[in-house]
Design a protein around this ligand. Sequence first.
Ligand SMILES: [Zn+2]
Ligand SMILES: [Zn+2]
Length: 343
Amino acid sequence: MRAAAITARGVVDVLDQPTPEARGDLVVVKILVTPMCTEFKQRRDGVLSSAIGHEAAGIVVDAGDSRRFDVGDRVAVMPHYGCGHCRVCTSGDYMHCTDQRDVLAETGQAYGTAGYAQYVLKPDWLLIRIPDDVSMKHGAMACCGLGPSFGSVERMHLDALDTFLVSGCGPVGLGAVIHGAVRDARTFAVETSPYRAALARRLGAEVVFDPTEDDVPAEVRALTGGRGADAAIETSGAPSAPRSVALSLRARGRMAIVAWAGDVVLPPVVPLGLELSGVWHWNSLALEDEMWATVRKAGPLLDEFITHVLPLEDVSAAMDLQDAGECGKILLLPHGEFDDIPA
Ligand SMILES: [Zn+2]
Ligand SMILES: [Zn+2]
């Protein structure tokens, strides 16, 4: 199979690798759509790897001994390789499992755990079935396109009475803006890139603040009668962002942090009464139906969010777009274009 690899600082190639084989509960998915996440940072930083990417959607081509899936089933692939037995795995919070399976060692294979590839090996319980009325490209948004922000809005019980502040409009933050639109919340965003600010507006943000020019907490209060936002998500990773977001919230406001930025600097949270969540992803065991309801309702917003669709062989040019920030969500097609239901 063809698979992408970071072979030097600034260099991503597409190479030949052995196609993985199913065994036991480990099934093989033919990847039709690979949403791009933060792998471009690995290329930029020279983190060499022949197994990149954790997002994928496609078709089961070898179901092994699975009793959940058959050959031909359309699936979205959830990240990581949680043990499947511990308390966080069985509750669906497998992102936080500290006992990850080494499925390559288990099966004696060298490759097959990456999303930037034509095939991937995955435990069946970490696949979710894409409904027949949802296209493969929209189904792929159940990975990180909508996933971390979905976990966040669920934890914060975001609804139509809320004013929602989205800090950072990279692919995760843009997904959060879509959740604001789907849930009919009044949504504000924070972003420095003009390209991404414009995209956030098209996805439903009422206002997009530029933190290099605007006093964000003051602007949010001015637009909410002095009250502050009800809920907020921090996706930017900017060191000053958590403090600014917290100060933009009303008393007893809810805040989710999804950015990986080391230690988080916050103002005193007790007088604010903040409800604070650290969110990595979403619970696909508990909330699968709600995710598909979101995907259906988002509809055309997802096509606005997906700004580029390219063959896997163009991964280098796609990462150039990510380096420049001139994109929303980018999809790679490891087998080129394919027949699918209309989006
Ligand atoms: Zn586990
Ligand atoms: Zn991701």
